[in-house]
Design a protein around this ligand. Structure first.
Ligand SMILES: [Zn+2]
Length: 334
């Protein structure tokens, strides 16, 4: 079998599994990433997280049950991609165990040195987590066209929403033909730190490790799969002329500390449509967990019933999976 056939086998099995699990319909509004761990649990594959040395993951088929090992030495995005690769071995009915030192090589265009089953599982992994239809759904919701998808800071924001690494997102955009391979190479060479700095402006984080989400009304109802010390940069139109303002009091009660809070007046911009005032708030999470953040725009002296705008986010800021079995509270799809 040629390498091309192996890739097609992996890709088509991923598309079938999307259909079997009803994922295309569930995720069509671009508000979520694929919850690979929920799919693995639904297929009754055992997952164990261990501090594997030199290995990203492994798939172990047995006659009665199948299991996978995933390293705890890498971040959540790599854990999710590795789990998707091991899921590929399972749903492609591979009978030999697989020890995986390297995943994502098909998307990166590494041509040689991989067994056909590895190519199948790896092509499955990319297609399952980052299919063109899911990228299109997120881009549609955010109003991103082909020009925006060539910008590093936009691709970085897209990668967060897909709960994938920035580089995996660059390759997926090329594979789905939203951008050229040359554009993907150029984007992948830019470190996400620059996009984080741009988003945070004058807020200096203690390290550049946390991710920085730029959130607007377009993210209403979205689920954010991130880390315990991630930053949220809220950018919301505010109708202060009528006395309305966004009530930011709920931030500390869900464990978010405010690092900056400002109003940006854009009334001098000639082509302005909508409210001239943008409320920009930078907040940082401080602990792992899942919570709902609900914000309202209303007059400070009026009650909740009089809000003129509301946004709500499902914050799943657990970070990477720790040593142990997959825990039920981490299932996001439900
Ligand atoms: Zn493998």
């Amino acid at each position: 079998m040629t390498k091309r056939n192996s890739i097609l086998t992996g890709v088509s099995r991923a598309a079938e599994l999307h259909d079997e699990m009803g994922l295309r319909d569930k995720l069509k509004d671009g508000s979520k990433a694929i919850d690979v761990f929920a799919v693995i649990a639904a297929l009754k594959v055992m997952v164990l997280f261990r501090p594997l040395e030199g290995l990203l993951g492994a798939y172990v088929p047995t006659p009665n049950a199948a299991g996978m090992l995933i390293t705890t030495q890498r971040n959540l995005h790599i854990q999710r991609f590795t789990a998707s690769h091991e899921l590929g071995h399972h749903v492609l009915k591979h009978h030999a165990p697989s020890l995986d030192l390297n995943v994502g090589f098909v998307a990166r265009g590494e041509k040689n040195g991989h067994e056909p089953q590895e190519v199948e599982a790896d092509a499955f992994a990319s297609e399952f987590l980052l299919p063109a239809w899911l990228i299109a759904a997120h881009a549609r919701r955010q109003g991103w066209g082909r020009a925006e998808l060539k910008r590093a800071e936009i691709v970085y924001q897209l990668s967060l929403r897909l709960a994938a690494s920035y580089s995996a997102t660059c390759w997926a955009l090329a594979s789905a033909k939203f951008i050229s391979q040359a554009d993907a190479n150029a984007l992948a060479s830019l470190p996400p730190k620059k996009s984080k700095m741009q988003a945070l402006e004058d807020v200096a984080p203690p390290s550049w490790h946390p991710d920085v989400w730029v959130l607007s009304k377009r993210d209403q109802g979205s689920q954010l799969i991130g880390g315990p010390d991630d930053f949220l940069v809220l950018s919301l139109e505010e109708h202060s002329g009528g006395g309305y303002e966004w009530d930011m009091d709920p931030l500390p009660s869900v464990g978010l500390s405010v690092r900056a809070d400002q109003r940006i007046d854009k009334s001098a911009e000639p082509a302005l449509i909508g409210s001239p005032i943008t409320r920009r708030v930078v907040a940082q999470s401080s602990a792992p967990g899942r919570t709902r953040l609900k914000l309202e725009e209303r007059r400070p002296w009026e009650g909740s019933g009089n809000a003129i705008n509301r946004v709500e986010f499902d914050l799943a800021l657990w970070g990477k999976e720790p040593v142990g079995l997959l825990r039920p509270e981490r299932m996001l799809a439900a």
